[in-house]
Design a protein around this ligand. Structure first.
Ligand code: RP5
Length: 164
């Protein structure tokens, strides 16, 4: 199976990426983790993106806060799918990172998940890899059924819980 790259702009983003790693792990998807910054280490970020395809990666997840150009900078240097996670890390509550990540110019797409959406980034990466992997696709379907059952269990208990 191809690997997923988990790239964060700073180790201060780590709590969000822990959810990404845990979710990938639950599907037995191999991943590699790095800290590269679009602004502080632009050359290293570019080199990683340019060699990612030949190094066995299938999807790249980039998480960054503030003026979050990391996902866009990666997408500019590869045609692998890039998923951006805007991180809440400043006075603007993540709206800065959301807009910086999502508003890409035509031709260089970034699939942007919610602010701090670490788990969804991993699930989207899994869905992309599952296009060529029936076993992974089956695991994703199974998770949906399990998640729905958990909500329905809560539904059956809520009338009692509201009286507590
Ligand atoms: C971004 O700036 C990082 O992704 C992080 O979310 C934010 C703050 O970085 P640090 O100052 O904590 O290293 O580039």
């Amino acid at each position: 199976m191809k690997k997923v790259a988990i790239i964060m702009g700073s180790d201060s983003d780590l709590p969000i990426l822990k959810k990404t790693a845990a979710t990938l792990k639950s599907f037995e998807i191999p991943y590699e983790t790095h800290v590269y910054s679009a602004h502080r280490t632009p050359e290293e970020a570019k080199a990683f993106a340019q060699s990612a395809k030949k190094n066995g990666f299938g999807v790249i997840i980039c998480a960054a806060g503030m003026a979050a150009h990391l996902a866009g900078a990666f997408a500019a240097n590869t045609t692998l799918p890039v998923i951006g996670i805007p991180c809440r890390s400043s006075n603007l509550d993540g709206l800065d990172a959301l807009l910086s990540t999502v508003m890409m110019p035509s031709g260089i797409p970034v699939a942007t998940v919610a602010i701090d959406g670490g788990a969804n980034a991993a699930l989207l990466a899994a869905e992309i890899l599952a296009l060529g992997d029936d076993e992974l696709s089956r695991k994703l379907d199974e998770k949906r059924v399990k998640d729905a059952a958990a909500v329905l269990k809560k539904d059956s208990e809520i009338a009692l819980r509201i009286e507590e």
